[in-house]
Design a protein around this ligand. Structure first.
Ligand SMILES: [Fe+2]
Length: 511
């Protein structure tokens, strides 16, 4: 229906560059049969709006090869969206060219759907059909939404564990899934884990594509993508551990590091259900954005990696630990970078939503880890850029932002805490959602951390899992869902803790 051959050919020329198209290329060639099933990486959807969403797949009959086993030729991928799981009532369909320059990924931006309802979708290419995915549109902009269930996760180191958490995430039937970073880990394969990274540490596009090929081959991850639309942001390991801006931990020459970042961002784009205008240009890719869920919620998604200045007080650091140096509170040094910080403040000041959910990579609250040498802060997260946190808290307070809540990841522990500018006066609550499989800290360590930081109300480091959030106009309920063990493929789940935030009353209650 929205298929237009001229558009298709025009897009191919734009995407691939006309000179790069094989001279013998024809639309007929793009429709050639593929011997092997190209849908080994599953399907995904994301970026729901009231009228549509993004549908994603990547053709890769051999996902552990850099080209996915696809060669250089473009291939036509047809798609359809239906109102029922058996795809009998198809309401939109079309075709897009998958080209080698984009790893034969497709990012279909569907429009013209109805707000606030479920849809099902499928792709076809080379004589094969993909699995069917379920997705949904966001509610109408001004809809009075009664409830939203979402699940959020982060940190799925493939070697560290199995992803049984996703079995339970799917069973929880969320309307929306947020992934808050560390979708892949870049480290070389070792024999120390329960399963092995397939190759050396990726530094170029071919390497990152293989790494995503391994991760996205996991059937539990595929099932979670096929169950609901995802909103994704990255953390450090999608490029390399602890990087920020143009700087890695090894202080690699920035020009060389940015080439690596460009490759990593390109591979990230190729494997995520993102809108096409997010496609990176060189080492730059704008990822911060908002999502509205009727009048009930606005989500502000942040990128705390790409735009930050160099590490705080690095000369005085020991590992990540730094003293309370002047750079830490220098307002010109923003964890978000100036443009993103101004954008966030403006979005917060103008939001009409009942709940304002800040979805980002870390624990935002000020954390001290007292050491005899006086180095008590980490220079890798918000505590290295305390002025950025202060600016957000002041905006929440001064603009009377309605019900701010923070979700985070990165540290592989479940943490619930309160954010405040004056002791005892919480402005927001935050919930760090554990990790899907990456290993965390011992509970003895977590209890020491909690004792030193009274803003933390709950900590648990020994279990893997995800967070579940149930939002209504009156309240926000957050449940930490923990699997018994991530060292086995299947594992039962239990509620580690449950928290309530009452609308209009900042601060959390442990249920
Ligand atoms: Fe992580």
């Amino acid at each position: 229906m929205s298929f237009d051959r001229r558009d298709l050919l025009g897009r191919a020329a734009v995407l691939a560059g006309a000179a790069l198209l094989p001279s013998a290329w024809t639309p007929a060639l793009a429709q050639a049969r593929l011997i092997q099933d190209p849908f080994t990486l599953g399907v995904a959807s994301g970026e729901p709006s009231p009228r549509g969403m993004v549908l994603w797949t990547r053709l890769a009959p051999r996902p552990l090869q850099p080209d996915g086993g696809m060669g250089a030729a473009p291939v036509e991928v047809r798609w359809e969206v239906a109102e029922d799981p058996r795809l009998r009532r198809v309401v939109r369909s079309g075709a897009q060219l998958a080209v080698a320059e984009a790893g034969h990924s497709v990012h279909v931006e569907v429009a013209g759907l109805r707000p606030g309802r479920e849809y099902w979708y499928r792709f076809r290419a080379g004589g094969h059909a993909s699995p069917v995915g379920r997705t949904r549109t966001a509610p109408d902009t001004f809809a009075d939404v009664k409830r939203l269930r979402l699940a959020y996760g982060s940190c799925q180191k493939y070697e560290a564990g199995y992803w049984g958490a996703y079995d339970h995430l799917v069973a929880d039937d969320p309307d929306l899934v947020l992934f808050l970073g560390d979708y892949i880990y870049e480290q070389a394969g070792t024999d120390k884990g329960v399963r092995r990274h397939p190759d050396a540490e990726p530094v170029d596009l071919a390497g990152y594509r293989v790494r995503y090929g391994a991760y996205k081959s996991d059937p539990k991850l595929q099932a979670a993508h096929a169950a609901a639309p995802w909103m994704v942001i990255w953390d450090d390991h999608e490029v390399v551990n602890d990087y920020g801006g143009d700087q890695d931990r090894l202080n690699t020459d920035p020009a060389r590091f940015l080439r690596r970042r460009a490759a990593a961002y390109q591979a990230y784009f190729e494997h995520m259900p993102l809108r096409r205008h997010r496609r990176p240009v060189g080492p730059d890719m704008l990822l911060y954005r908002t999502l509205d869920w009727g009048r009930l919620a606005q989500f502000q998604f942040l990128d705390t990696r790409q735009h930050r200045p160099h590490r705080t007080c690095d000369a005085q650091s020991d590992g990540k630990a730094i003293p309370d140096c002047p750079q830490r509170t220098d307002p010109s040094r923003s964890l978000l970078g100036g443009a993103q910080q101004r954008w966030l403040v403006e979005r917060l000041e103008t939001s009409q939503a009942r709940w304002n959910v800040l979805a980002q990579q870390y624990l935002v609250g000020e954390i001290q880890r007292p050491r005899p040498d006086g180095r008590i802060y980490s220079n890798d997260g918000w505590s290295g850029y305390a002025q950025t946190r202060r600016r957000i808290l002041e905006t929440w307070r001064d603009a009377k932002v309605s019900n701010p809540v923070v979700l985070g990841g990165d540290i592989h522990c479940f943490i619930a805490g309160e954010l405040e500018l004056e002791a005892g006066k919480p402005i927001a609550s935050e919930f760090v959602g554990g990790s899907i499989s990456s290993l965390g800290a011992s509970n003895a360590d977590m209890q020491r951390l909690q004792a030193a930081n009274p803003n933390l109300k709950f900590t648990e480091g020994e279990h893997r899992g995800y967070g579940r959030v149930d939002l209504t106009p009156d309240g926000c309920e957050v449940t930490f869902r923990a699997v018994e063990s991530a060292l086995v493929p299947q594992s039962p789940v239990r509620n580690l803790a449950k928290f309530q935030v009452e609308a209009g009353r900042p601060g959390l209650h442990i249920a």
